[in-house]
Design a protein around this ligand. Structure first.
Ligand code: NCD
Length: 318
């Protein structure tokens, strides 16, 4: 996978996903050691380009790069020359001129990581673009489910909430379907993207029906920053109809796990008792995010053509 971009879950085959999840399982072991560092990416430069705010994704990419001994540079839009109106393309070209070996991009506009990837010689990993995709989140979610349930194929995974604006939902739909799970989505009609069933999911406007018999329930944050106009009458009504509580969860399988990518609107999409309860694997998702991103950096970092050139130069000068 060295030198490839990871912009969408559609870029990955089933075999790619299996390889990433297996590599992440090895990386978890490094995170358990007293000295959490291996030399795999020594001498490599990784740039985290975050044009939109982030806690979990940005921190875990940084920790992941450092655990692999890469030099990690964090760019955040507010403290850069973007605040002097430098364009994204000029920022990207500037980063490219510093010869990074991998660039991680988050932006509030869908498609920006692709535009940057086309302009850079280094591989690009999409860390979330608008309402489009968030492939690294889907992969860490799949890792979490695989470890909690022992498998992905044959499970029923229900994704609930603001599917219309959720890059997490889109990437998870592609990923879980590719790995053989049954994916259901539940949302108010105004938050169900038209034609969503063409992706192979079952769409519900009743939370109860959607979670009946489910192995996994993944709750989504209402994306207030992406809402244009009122898509539900009030937060209270949303929480009554689509918010999840332990009582409502009773129709799912008895060992059903509850997931959320964070940040949680506590008391809106998820009750406090569930967010902190034994069914929740939310902090496991965060922990797995580090190992999963270590796996991605390990598998994708590098510019094959450049590396070959450098190796050839080494041979010549021997
Ligand atoms: C998500 C994101 O930013 O897309 N969070 C995350 O990366 N863990 C989900 C969200 O913001 O609701």
């Amino acid at each position: 996978m060295i030198g490839r971009d990871l912009l969408s879950m559609e870029d990955l085959s089933r075999e790619d996903i299996e390889k990433i999840l297996d590599t992440a399982a090895h990386m978890q072991e490094i995170g358990q050691r007293a000295v959490k560092k291996v030399p795999s990416l020594r001498g490599r430069t990784i740039v985290n380009l975050f044009f939109e705010s982030s806690t979990r994704t940005r921190m875990s990419f940084e920790i992941a790069g450092k655990r692999l001994s890469a030099d990690v540079i964090n760019f955040s839009a507010s403290s850069s020359s973007l605040s002097k109106s430098e364009s994204i393309m000029d920022t990207a070209r500037t980063v490219d001129a510093m010869d990074p070996d991998l660039v991680v991009v988050r932006h509030k506009v869908a498609g920006v990581p692709k535009i940057i990837a086309d302009a850079l010689s280094a591989p690009v990993i999409n860390a979330g673009d608008g309402a489009h995709e968030h492939p690294t989140q889907a992969l860490l979610d799949m890792l979490t489910v695989k470890q909690a349930k022992g498998r992905i194929a044959g499970l029923t995974v229900t994704i609930v909430g603001d599917v219309l604006h959720s890059r997490v939902a889109r990437s998870n739909i592609y990923g879980f379907i590719k790995m053989g799970a049954e994916v259901r989505i539940a949302a108010p009609p105004t938050m169900l993207p038209p034609g969503i069933e063409a992706l192979g999911v079952k769409a519900y406007t009743s939370l109860r029906q959607a979670i009946e018999g489910a192995d996994v329930v993944m709750m989504l944050r209402i994306q207030m920053e992406r809402l244009q106009g009122a898509l539900f009458p009030s937060v209270r009504e949303y929480s009554e109809t689509f918010g999840l509580s332990r009582t409502k969860l009773r129709v799912a399988k008895p060992d059903c796990i509850v997931m959320h990518p964070g940040p949680i609107n506590r008391g809106v999409e998820l009750s406090h008792e569930l967010a902190d309860g034994g069914e929740s694997v939310i902090l496991e998702q965060v922990r797995n995010g580090v190992a999963l991103r270590m796996a991605l950096l390990y598998l994708f970092t590098g510019r094959p053509s450049k590396d070959e050139e450098v190796a050839a130069l080494g041979e010549e000068t021997k």
